[in-house]
Design a binder for this molecule. Sequence first.
Ligand SMILES: Cc1cc2nc3c(=O)[nH]c(=O)nc-3n(C[C@H](O)[C@H](O)[C@H](O)COP(=O)(O)OP(=O)(O)OC[C@H]3O[C@@H](n4cnc5c(N)ncnc54)[C@H](O)[C@@H]3O)c2cc1C
Length: 467
Amino acid sequence: MELLERSARLGGKAGSDARDGRLVEHGYHVFPRWYPNVRRLVSEIGTELIDFDRYHYLSRGQFPRVVTVRGPSDLGAIWHNVRRGILPWYHTVLFFGFTLDMISRPLSDKRLLDRVSQIGLMRQAWYVTDEVAELNQENLLKASAIPAYDMSAMTAKKIGGFWLKEASPFLSVLPGDLQTTFIAPLEAKVREAGVRVRFGAEVARLDVDGGRVRSVTLTDGEVVTADAFVLAVPFEVARRFVDGPVFALDPSLGNMHQLEAQPMASLHVRLKKKLEGIPREHVFFHGGDYGLSFIDVAPLWERAPGDPPTELSFIASNYAPLKSLSTEDATKALLDEVRAYLPFADEDVHDVVLNSNVEVPLFINTIGAWPNRPEARTKIPNLYVAGDHAKNEVDLACMEGAVSASLAAARALLEDASLPELPGPESPRTWPRPLLVAGRVAMAPMLAVCTVVARIAGALRSERPTT
Ligand SMILES: Cc1cc2nc3c(=O)[nH]c(=O)nc-3n(C[C@H](O)[C@H](O)[C@H](O)COP(=O)(O)OP(=O)(O)OC[C@H]3O[C@@H](n4cnc5c(N)ncnc54)[C@H](O)[C@@H]3O)c2cc1C
């Protein structure tokens, strides 16, 4: 068995690259509780995750005062969020009511839900206020790089349902960089299993013969033959392989041209001084232009003596406006925004590294994407598709989606080759639907009260004289 990788390392977007003698994350990665397949891999390699039950919002100029949101693991956490949320309590209740409403919808709505944006679904709810819609938009963008007006309501429903069922720990992080604590041990397992890993092997095309893929041709002209092939590359690469002969065998693969991707950038800022007051967990900048969120990895990772005491790992979920800027100009724009939220001076900066990731954008679950995504088993008898864009139970472009789709592809391949069976991917759990519907019905009177309070509060605010 051979694994052909075009770059010099495994891991793809969930890895880190050597830059100036150290490893820099493609972007920080979180591991929610509801990642059964990824968590199984993590436990197989013996890596201990660090668990968090909360995240924080930071508003411009407010540091170190943050608003803390706890994962909805119990009534105490929900009550905390209602009392101390970023929005007044009545909007927070309406937000929670909408979440319950969305996730309690039947999956028979699947085709319809996939054609409605998450914000469109929200607008159908009689009780949703502008404040709730805006916060929802902000959260979704930061979590997924997808604007709420583009995100499939089906994807949002699924993810909300998984998170509500398994909210503790709300999310976890690795105890070190992605390459050292996750990808390198996984690579060792793959090699141990007898797989030959080849770096710098970039596939240029699939060679079709007699209704099957006979070989792949690499960019250096080498031809690699095999009995079966799994395409585990991003869709914007995979669709380039859909030429005339491939399309003739499976026209549905051409639908990958309908899929969309956006860059999700990361910015790494190391400071010479310790920035006191930074929470241990992730912090979202409330407002802002580039969808920035960060975590200080310095207290969490084992580090070398002399490493700077603050190491802020940022993600910019809204990088599109900076796409055509030089690295220097984009870094400056992002740093200007960071400095509006966090107090440090130019002379405090040890170094800054930007990964714009423009060349390797992230698949985004836009409205109507589902029918255009490839299945694990294609119509070409020895060709299988894996990766976060392939159809899978999780639906969102994330590590769990990629692993889930890859397990499905491996299972299909073994089945077709009459080889020993592999268990399929485990699905994340959700609450039984009748319970969710009962919760939604029980909340209806509360939503009515909160809507009235929100309207009165809104009217009073608009009557207040502005100075
Ligand atoms: C900034 C950022 C933050 C993220 N944060 C999270 C997070 O917190 N949690 C989470 O679960 N997910 C997160 N994700 C998403 C997650 O990283 C991806 O969904 C996942 O890594 C996708 O895996 P994949 O195998 O489908 O594709 P990729 O990771 O893109 O891997 C594809 C591989 O194929 C190789 N390749 C490409 N073309 C060729 C070719 N022609 N020949 C040979 N090899 C080729 C690439 O080099 C790469 O190694 C984040 C993504 C980004 C960009």
